[in-house]
Design a protein around this ligand. Structure first.
Ligand code: ADP
Ligand code: MN
Length: 390
């Protein structure tokens, strides 16, 4: 059950507002939100299951900021105890940085970055039109201007933010990468090292201004920047790094392709929703995740049990060699215990609704198709480079 006094600031946001929380296990993502976002999760689960599978798992809701400055949990589903209440000082700067809450309700979701040891995150904000029908004229004008000046209008999406693991302080895994990043962003200084909090100083953070600088002709560079670190720590041989990066780009491409297919068959309007990519940023954990993915039973129908035992004994071997894994994890049959390679989700449904009769959401689909095409070009380029190395 959820003890509200154990809530902590969420550290893995690539973009968006302050005020996001997590629990002590890190499994939950708790965001102040509008009733519309909760309603969209509920209606998706009830009547759009194929799309719901592309969203983070909906765990329930919390009521925030009652007049006596306490937080009362009024959760509606398992994992969270209904009616729990505990004191949470709203002034705690660690939890409620900046923005005053303009809502009393928070949504509780699966943290899609949990289960990764160093999640590398990319948030792509969808749509050329970024305002809802109820937005006042000034807001429409402001958002239209940002869209016109960014890839939002030309491609139907823009990079909203990224976090990429660079290695702990003093053991940067890719010196070249850091230098490039610094020089590329020196003029505006929009990529910076995350500071001290929680000791995660090894992340490079790319804020919303970073993504606004790209044009349709060069936005691919942001994807290279995001994917590049997947080539580190694999092997000294370049070819292996190329093929791993190729396969990661292909995985994201296939995920986006599935989102595209799903949205083409649905009638929805989503203003300012995002595609969220996550992949493992820690080279050692990522190698373990690759080992599991490569042995995946989906490539060997009917051989599940055999493959499972092979994978388990391979992982057991690694445990014996470096002694750093918790051996208890291997006794756990839960799939979540396996290291994850990557995850793709649709997020941010503050202005989303199902709209029967209106046809597919072309505003969102334009962006989804642009993202898929860029990933296609990237994985083809990587494949060609890999062939040349052979
Ligand atoms: P906002 O309305 O503030 O933009 P979002 O829903 O987009 O809120 O969330 C802000 C950020 O938090 C996103 O950029 C993403 O990095 C992260 N995020 C959102 N949902 C989840 C989730 N379920 N699990 C993990 N991270 C998430
Ligand atoms: Mn967002």
């Amino acid at each position: 059950s959820l003890d509200p006094s154990s809530l902590v600031a969420f550290e893995d946001a690539a973009a968006g507002h302050d005020g996001i929380l997590s629990d002590s296990t890190g499994d939950l993502f708790i965001k102040p939100c509008t009733p519309a976002e909760i309603a969209f999760y509920e209606s998706s689960l009830a009547s759009h299951p194929s799309f719901a599978a592309l969203m983070p798992t909906f765990m329930g809701t919390l009521r925030l900021g009652s007049p006596d400055q306490t937080l009362a949990a009024q959760a509606s589903t398992s994992g969270v105890t209904p009616g729990t209440a505990a004191s949470l000082p709203l002034s705690d700067p660690g939890l409620w940085r900046g923005k005053k809450l303009d809502t009393q309700t928070a949504i509780v979701l699966e943290n899609v970055a949990s289960g990764f040891s160093r999640p590398n995150i990319m948030d792509l904000k969808l749509g050329a039109r970024l305002w809802d029908e109820d937005a006042p004229p000034e807001k429409r004008a402001r958002l239209d201007k940002i869209a016109a000046e960014t890839t939002s209008s030309s491609l139907g999406f823009r990079v909203a933010g990224m976090r990429v693991w660079q290695g702990a302080r003093g053991e940067c895994v890719d010196e070249k990468a850091s230098e490039d990043t610094v020089s590329q962003t020196a003029e505006g200084g929009q990529a910076k090292d995350a500071k001290g909090e929680g000791g995660d100083d090894g992340y490079k953070v790319y804020d919303k201004m970073y993504g606004r600088k790209f044009t349709a002709d060069n936005v691919k560079e942001a994807f290279w920047e995001y994917l590049r670190s997947s080539r580190t720590g694999v092997d000294e041989r370049l070819a292996i790094g190329l093929i791993k990066c190729f396969r990661l780009a292909k995985r994201f491409h296939d995920d986006v392709s599935a989102i595209e297919e799903c949205l083409e068959q649905q009638e929805s309007r989503m203003i300012s929703a995002s595609v969220l990519f996550v992949y493992e940023g820690d080279p050692t954990t990522r190698n373990e995740a690759w080992a599991v993915a490569e042995e995946s039973p989906r490539f060997q129908p009917g051989a599940q049990a055999e493959v499972d035992s092979e994978v388990n004994s391979a992982r057991q071997g690694e445990t014996d060699n470096d002694g750093s894994l918790d051996e208890d994890d291997d006794d756990d049959d839960d799939d979540d215990a396996s290291p994850k390679l990557s995850v793709t989700k649709m997020i941010d449904f503050a202005h989303a609704k199902w709209t029967p009769g209106l046809g597919p959401d072309e505003n969102v689909l334009q962006g989804v198709r642009s993202i898929r095409k860029i990933l296609l070009e990237i994985f083809i380029a990587l494949f060609k480079q890999w062939k040349e190395q052979l």
